[in-house]
Design a protein. Structure first.
Length: 333
């Protein structure tokens, strides 16, 4: 038997959804053809996981189910054709209608495995399959547009942190939008030059002035709602707003439609899974190796604020909701 965090049903009320989570014992799964059994080292909670337990994410599973989209671990069993992978350190990503990563053991398809280099830290590897690749994929849009500057909101989060790392390498300016004075101080202490607090009076005007001054022609929006309109309207002509999250749980609003018509501004969406699906195995392997080296060398790092056992999932998620800018929480069986 194995221990698993189980979501009995979806609930739009996030607190009720969290409180409904329970730890249960389940049968040890057995890998079929093209699958492996992974002993989970750690699995994080991401904003997508919070949206999932509310039933507001684009992935919907048959409930009751085990949440969790990513993690790290060791392959303990494998189907005959994958026997050579036994003992391999891996990161993994699970989105189909099967138990997720908040588990002691789980089945993962071969296509959802990321083979890890020996020096890759396993805690960092638990958070490797989503955010680093999301930042990398998003930044390709900025590179294709040859941006001089970009805007990121929810800038205290991990994806914006990785985007800043990428932008620094190419000397691209980043306008960081946050909603707390303490986050402004944290980012400035970490070297960020342009940090704006959206709660301050005159924010929209300052954002527009800075976007025009720096020629910020791409904005990465993780929030939606009114934020989408603020970012879109602030950018100069021939700009693109790329939406990759909906932390506000609200529809985009206040979009200046005249800018779409007369200033050639566009709005697009970024979804990690289709983007990764367009990569062939050689391209994906090269990107994975490059990203892993950033972590191995200590250039990139996922901020982890707390590590909790499975049976502390409720208190851990409450703490995470109260301080999402403080870093991830890791579940460790």
């Amino acid at each position: 038997m194995i221990k698993s965090v189980v979501l009995p049903q979806y609930n739009r009320n996030v607190l009720r959804a969290i409180l409904s989570l329970r730890v249960e014992e389940r049968e040890m799964p057995i890998p079929k053809s093209g699958e492996v059994l992974v002993r989970v080292h750690a699995a994080p909670a991401n904003p997508s996981d919070i949206a999932f337990i509310q039933g507001s994410y684009n992935v919907v599973k048959t409930v009751p189910t085990v949440p969790g989209f990513e993690g790290s671990g060791i392959i303990e069993q494998a189907s005959v054709e994958l026997e050579h992978l036994k003992g391999q350190k891996v990161s993994f990503f699970v989105q189909d209608d099967r138990p997720g990563t908040w588990n002691e053991y789980l089945i993962v398809k071969q296509d959802n495995l990321i083979l890890l280099q020996d020096d890759m830290d396993m805690d960092q590897a638990a958070c490797f399959a989503i955010n680093p690749f999301t930042a990398f994929g998003l930044f390709q849009i900025a590179k294709q547009r040859e941006c001089q500057a970009i805007i990121v909101n929810a800038a205290g989060g991990q994806v914006p942190a990785f985007i800043r790392n990428l932008a620094e390498e190419l000397q691209v300016n980043v306008i960081n939008v946050v909603r707390k004075a303490e986050t402004v101080k944290l980012l400035q202490a970490d070297g960020a030059t342009h940090v704006l607090d959206e709660t301050e009076e005159g924010f929209a005007d300052r954002l527009s002035e800075l976007a025009q001054q720096l020629n910020a022609t791409v904005a990465f929006d993780a929030v939606g709602g009114l934020q989408s309109g603020l970012l879109f309207n602030a950018m100069p002509k021939d700009s693109e707003l790329v939406v990759y999250g909906g932390l506000s749980n609200k529809p985009m609003s206040e979009i200046n439609v005249m800018d779409m018509i007369f200033k050639d501004k566009i709005i697009s969406g970024f979804n990690l899974s289709p983007w990764m699906g367009e990569l062939d195995s050689i391209e994906f392997g090269a990107i994975s190796k490059w990203l892993q080296q950033k972590f191995i060398q200590g250039i990139w790092k996922t901020q982890i604020q707390e590590t909790v056992p499975l049976d502390k999932i409720v208190s851990g998620l409450k703490n995470y909701l109260g301080n999402m800018s403080g870093g991830k929480i890791l579940l460790k069986p």
